[in-house]
Write a protein that binds this ligand. Structure first.
Ligand SMILES: [Zn+2]
Length: 236
């Protein structure tokens, strides 16, 4: 049986039961190794994929075609994103710690992405024509192509176990508001607990990581508190 088991509906609301399961190893939580993932148009854990398919079917009935833009990302994927942004911001004239701050507006340090866990999805509506970068906040608001999707997710996603980590709460620190990013809470909550046991020294010292001279243990501690833990209360 799946780790999160669908047991039925009460007043149309799907009920999930969190099953006891073994946490992935710290290597897998850091995007390394070979996690057990499923999906054709995405890569998610079995439980997250099951819940996602149920949410997708409901959305379709309500006239929204959920499309996953990003799901599982490996350490190597995140390293490429980090280094590409590092070069870009450096070329734009930023220096030192300012480059790190610019990258971490939206992107995580490799090894610390929630996308490493197979429980996270970045979602758009497949129907509107795509123009340029789809994951822009304004596209999810005021007449934008994904406004209807955002409103649907805000109303319905939690019933399937999906919660938005990077909320618009002005008191939240860390990464910018991401109306497109949803986390499968029945797994990502225990995964975060396990992740927090990984020693800080494990992060910020990969041979190919650009800017690691700015990633002192002190910085990593602040990053952990403000960014990794800068998420919706329900996911902590
Ligand atoms: Zn995301």
């Amino acid at each position: 049986m799946n780790r999160a088991e669908f047991i039925g509906c009460i007043l149309g609301t799907p009920i999930f039961v969190q099953m006891i399961q073994q946490n992935p190893t710290s290597e897998i939580l850091m995007g390394r190794g070979s996690p057990d993932l499923v999906g054709e148009s995405y890569s998610l854990t079995r439980a997250a994929a099951t819940a996602f398919e149920q949410m997708k079917a409901q959305a379709l009935q309500d006239g929204i075609s959920l499309e996953v833009v990003s799901s599982y990302r490996s350490f190597a994927d995140q390293l490429r994103i980090w280094n590409r942004k590092y070069e870009k911001f450096k070329q734009e004239g930023l220096q030192g710690k300012a480059i790190i701050d610019a990258i971490t507006e939206y992107s995580t340090l490799p090894g610390t992405s929630r996308h490493h866990w197979g429980t996270e999805v970045d979602l758009i509506d497949a129907a509107p024509p795509k123009e340029g970068d789809v994951l822009l906040t304004e596209k999810f608001y005021a007449g934008g192509p994904y406004e209807k999707l955002r409103l649907w997710l805000e109303e319905n996603a939690h019933a399937f176990g999906f919660i938005k980590p990077y909320t618009s709460d002005p008191n939240r620190k860390g990464f910018a508001y991401e109306p497109w990013h949803y986390s499968y809470a029945p797994e990502s909550i225990p995964f975060l607990k396990a992740f927090l046991k990984i020693p800080l020294e494990k992060f910020g010292s990969h041979a190919e990581l650009r800017g690691q001279q700015h990633l002192s243990l002190n910085y990593l501690q602040t990053y952990l508190n403000d960014y990794v833990l800068g998420i919706a209360e329900e996911l902590r």
